[in-house]
Ligand binder design. Sequence first.
Ligand code: S3P
Length: 179
Amino acid sequence: MPEQVPAPAPPAQPNVVLIGPMASGKSSVGAALARRLSRPHVDSDQFFVARHGPIPEYFAAHGEAAFRNAEEHIVAELLASPRPSVISLGGGSVLSEATRARLCRHFVVMLDVTEEQALARIGDATTRPMLKADPAAVWKRIYAEREPLYRECADLIVEAAPPNIEARVDTIEKELPSR
Ligand code: S3P
């Protein structure tokens, strides 16, 4: 009789994964939340840069499809971390169906932001190749396209107000599954 291989044990606590539009505060809220929870913080964009170099240069050399493919692989690696972490994802990560399926096994927080707040943070957009052509118009179009995906994946939606980092961390901490 073949030996039964036990299924891998689920992590004791799920990862907390922050998703949302560009300039919604995923990196800064993620870092503050990780400090609060004494967990590591990882950011898919930073991980991407460490592995492949700056994002604008990568887009220019390889195009968006290659970026999405590499991003999907990086997100899969980060989500598979055995140590419960806070993980901030690039705004376009949810475009991948495989990533959306993987997110079901984690506690996913959508950070929302108003158009005015996002544009004030984005500035000249040189670090965000998706916005290069016309930051305000493109941000708005992309937000409209992706908002249903963010909402579909989210266990918790942190509304745009208050924009204060610690207040947003308080909201997330209160809603976390038993810690
Ligand atoms: C992108 C968002 C960026 C970065 C890349 C593409 C997007 O991350 O991954 O420039 O398509 O929304 P942030 O959401 O952290 O700006």
